[in-house]
Design a protein around this ligand. Structure first.
Ligand code: ATP
Ligand code: MG
Length: 360
């Protein structure tokens, strides 16, 4: 029997997997309306293709609000329950990378307007695009996202997206922002903008009271971290997160919904620097860093990178879950920079506090 989104939501509450939240519940009818539209049988128009008139239907939905309010959870509930094959749920950042790759290939073939064929191809495959975590941080995205959305919605693709900011605050203080403003107008014209006004940061809530620093780093620590990971990601395995930093690609092995997971050597054993760590801290809300070893003068470079990483996470108020060989103060106490490491150790302590990062 087909259940409404509200029924699906309520049964999760009854099961005890989520807590009832009136603000979340209030968004469900908006999603239900879109679901009904998408599931209704479509009459194929003779004038198919990218420039056909959009079928009369609801606008896209732009759901924004503070961290951990349940935006991604609601979007996933909607996307999973919507029973059509032509749907796609993708992290906004990954989607934009795909668009850039497609444009690059089209340009190589001498196409003038490289975005048009790429948008047409996306639109041909889907009627629903669910974008998680829309954020515009670089100019290359800022300059194409407007036309991209226009082409997709013209082609009848329904877009649902989550974001931490209202449209007016996207790409705030970005380079050449004036060129970006038409996109904000387009979003306002084509999407219903809704704030999820929930009081509770459920991600923070889930971690409250949980141990977040484990030592020594062994099988027990790994098992505890596995449990936290599945708690935070709803059991999703995650996918690699690829950051573009100054023309380089920095890969974090696992990522889901703002939660990233990497080993110490993935992040501090390679020649990465402040720009890389800042990019990471900007993209994620929580980092799980496993197997931090005891460091000595022989690992000066790794220790230095670790200090830089923790500084970047600390400044950005990213939550940290870690497993390490020893307590923070004993990770690096001899060798150049041991004095500076005291600050890192103290930050590691502070970041373990239950309410740390909750202000962001
Ligand atoms: N009503 C609820 N009861 C219990 N847990 C919830 C509830 N809503 C969401 N959660 C859980 O809280 C965590 C954060 O939710 P979610 O990832 O959907 O937040 P978000 O608004 O997308 O945050 P962000 O802006 O950081 O992406 C998830 O683990 C989610 O399953
Ligand atoms: Mg989210």
């Amino acid at each position: 029997m087909r259940q409404s989104l509200t029924e699906l939501y309520d049964s999760r509450v009854t099961e005890g997997s989520i807590r009832p939240d009136a603000a979340q519940r209030a968004v469900l009818p908006l999603l239900e309306e879109r679901r009904a539209f998408l599931e209704a049988p479509v009459r194929k128009s003779l004038l198919g293709g990218l420039f056909r008139k959009p079928p009369e239907g609801p606008q896209g939905l732009y759901l924004w609000g503070g961290v951990g309010r349940g935006k991604s959870m609601l979007m996933d509930l909607f996307e999973q329950a919507t029973d059509i094959p032509a749907k796609r749920r993708v992290h906004f950042h990954a989607f934009m990378q795909e668009i850039h790759r497609g444009m690059h290939a089209a340009r190589k073939q001498g196409v003038d307007d490289a975005l048009a064929p790429v948008a047409a191809e996306v639109a041909a495959g889907v009627r629903l695009l669910a974008f998680d975590e829309m954020q515009i941080t670089d100019i290359t995205d800022a300059m194409i996202v407007g036309r991209l959305f226009q082409m997709l919605t013209d082609a009848g693709v329904l877009i649902v997206t989550t974001s931490n900011r209202p449209p007016e605050d996207l790409y705030k203080n970005g380079l050449n922002r004036a060129l970006f403003l038409p996109f904000i107008a387009l979003l306002r014209a084509r999407m219903q903008v809704v704030e999820l006004e929930s009081e509770t940061d459920y991600r923070q809530h889930r971690l409250t009271g949980a141990q977040v620093y484990f030592h020594p780093a062994g099988a027990e620590a790994r098992a505890a971290i596995d449990r936290l990971w599945s708690e935070l990601t709803g059991g999703d395995r995650g996918t690699p997160l690829v950051l573009q930093v100054q023309g380089r690609q920095v890969e974090v092995p696992r990522h889901h919904n703002g939660v990233a997971r990497a080993g110490f050597w993935d992040l501090c054993g390679r020649p990465l620097g402040p720009a890389d760590y800042l990019a990471l801290a900007e993209k994620v809300r929580l980092l799980i860093l496993e197997d931090i070893p005891s460091l000595s003068a022989a690992n000066y470079n790794e220790a230095k990178r670790f200090v830089t990483l923790i500084d970047a996470l600390y400044e950005a108020k990213v939550r940290l879950i870690a497993s390490a060989a020893d307590a923070p103060e004993r990770l690096y106490f001899e060798g150049a920079g041991a004095f500076e490491f005291e600050r890192t150790a103290s930050r590691l302590r502070e970041m373990q506090a239950a309410d740390w990062g909750s202000a962001g």
